[in-house]
Design a protein around this ligand. Structure first.
Ligand SMILES: Cc1ncc(COP(=O)(O)O)c(C=O)c1O
Ligand SMILES: Nc1c(O)cccc1C(=O)C[C@H](N)C(=O)O
Length: 397
């Protein structure tokens, strides 16, 4: 049984804050702070360039990848870390398309994160071979998979509503139609059990700054199914994806397995911080996390529906049909959220009208959820959100 009081003690949480935004940016694991200082002072500071060998910096992308693999149901040696999610998505999609050279359609849905759709469209345009990005409603994905589809490119958990796709069923449908299945796990990794191998996914990508608590801009990850490991073509063929980077050969030859999806120099400090952040997961059972997260989000919904008649639930009511976040609509969502944040309850908003809250049992308990909704109810009932300072828009939301 996971000891959530013990995991909570591993985080620095600012006093007076109830943090319901770990689905966007996880809080600081104490070990990450110590590791950052040690890597900067002792490794970079003292070892200088010798750190590449003495501190095994070059192995970080795979070593950290293996730790993430355990959390997303992937075998060791199938996950690489580095770059950003947008870059890893580009690489995975390009490699997936190349595995189906006779097909021209990439299928996605309108709930996908815009960056994924932008990246896909720009990649398809650059190929100049008449590829089409077909975007359907999330509920229409299953029926839209046919033998024109080269790749299904889906984000398992919708960033706005938390709606959860059935990864196993949709991957099976994609394969039955001869397509490749690519999954974005940005809102899944560390939020709920993911079984990439069991679902038979071909590619997956994800970020580590949300539920994996790797810090702002933390490196992304990419999963390559072992069956494609020797055939997938890395499109951003950087030198560190070469089979022998320090041979400095004129021509590119891919490294074995997922290592070919490396691009350039690993972000050593960021990967070290992420490595330390992942210590939190030692001894954590993802099934326990899921059960606790459902408990928190169900309690949140029940409290909101009892105390906040001004809000409308926009997430699936069935906890098994959503990830670890809940959104509710209010016409003045932005100002309401600013008023809430001013009272110490941090969530976020997504335009035009969604208040979004993430549930992270590693450091959040039910009493805080109840208290957060009491404050939200007060903000709504008193109209304290309707002050000029709460309407002033920040650049990043
Ligand atoms: C589903 C999804 N895909 C892609 C991204 C973009 O990731 P990044 O900005 O790290 O490249 C995000 C979040 O920003 C996301 O939620
Ligand atoms: N990646 C982000 C950033 O650099 C700044 C602010 C927010 C983010 C996010 O992660 C957005 C996020 N993917 C979302 O679910 O909306």
């Amino acid at each position: 049984m996971t000891d959530f009081a013990a995991t909570r003690a591993l985080f620095h949480l600012p006093p007076g804050v109830i943090y319901l935004d770990g689905n966007s940016l996880g809080p600081l694991p104490r070990a990450a702070e110590a590791r950052a200082a040690a890597v900067i002072r002792e490794q970079w500071g003292e070892r200088l360039i010798r750190g590449w060998n003495d501190c095994e910096w070059m192995a970080l992308p795979t070593r950290v990848g293996d730790r993430i693999a355990r959390l997303v149901g992937a075998p060791a040696g199938s996950v690489i870390t580095g770059d950003t999610l947008s870059i890893k998505l580009f690489q995975a999609l390009a490699a997936a398309i190349a595995l189906r050279p006779d097909r021209r359609v990439v299928l996605s849905d309108s709930g996908n994160f815009p960056s994924d759709l932008y990246i896909a469209q720009s990649l398809l345009d650059s190929l100049g071979q008449g590829h089409e990005l077909r975007v359907v409603a999330p509920e229409a994905v299953a029926d839209a998979i046919d033998d024109s589809v080269a790749v299904t490119m889906l984000t398992e958990v919708d960033y706005r509503t938390g709606r959860l796709h059935d990864m196993r069923a949709l991957t099976a449908s994609a394969h039955a139609a001869g397509a490749i299945a690519l999954w974005d796990l940005a809102h899944s990794a560390g939020a709920l059990p993911v079984d990439l191998a069991g679902a038979d996914a071909d590619f997956a990508v994800g970020c580590t700054y949300k539920y994996l608590n790797g810090g702002p801009g933390a490196p992304a990850f990419l999963y390559l199914a072992p069956r494609h490991a020797e055939t997938a073509r890395p499109i951003l063929s950087g030198w560190l994806g070469h089979r022998a980077p320090f041979a400095f050969e004129r021509d590119y030859a891919p490294a074995p397995g997922v290592e070919r999806m490396r691009v350039g120099t690993p972000p050593v400090i960021a990967l070290s911080v992420l490595d330390a952040a992942l210590d939190v997961w030692d001894g954590v059972d993802m099934a326990d996390v899921r059960a606790a997260s459902i408990g928190l989000s169900q309690r949140f919904i029940a409290e909101v529906e009892t105390r906040c008649p001004q809000l409308t639930l926009t997430s699936p009511r069935d906890p098994h049909a959503r990830g670890s976040q809940v959104s509710v609509a209010h016409p003045q969502a932005y100002a309401v959220m600013q008023a809430l944040i001013a009272r110490g309850v941090i969530g976020d908003v997504r335009a035009p009208d969604l208040l979004r809250f993430g549930f992270t049992p590693l450091y959040l308990c039910e009493e805080e959820v109840v208290r957060a909704v009491a404050i939200l109810a007060d903000v709504l009932a008193t109209g304290s959100w309707d002050r000029p300072e709460h309407h002033a828009r920040a650049a990043v939301t």
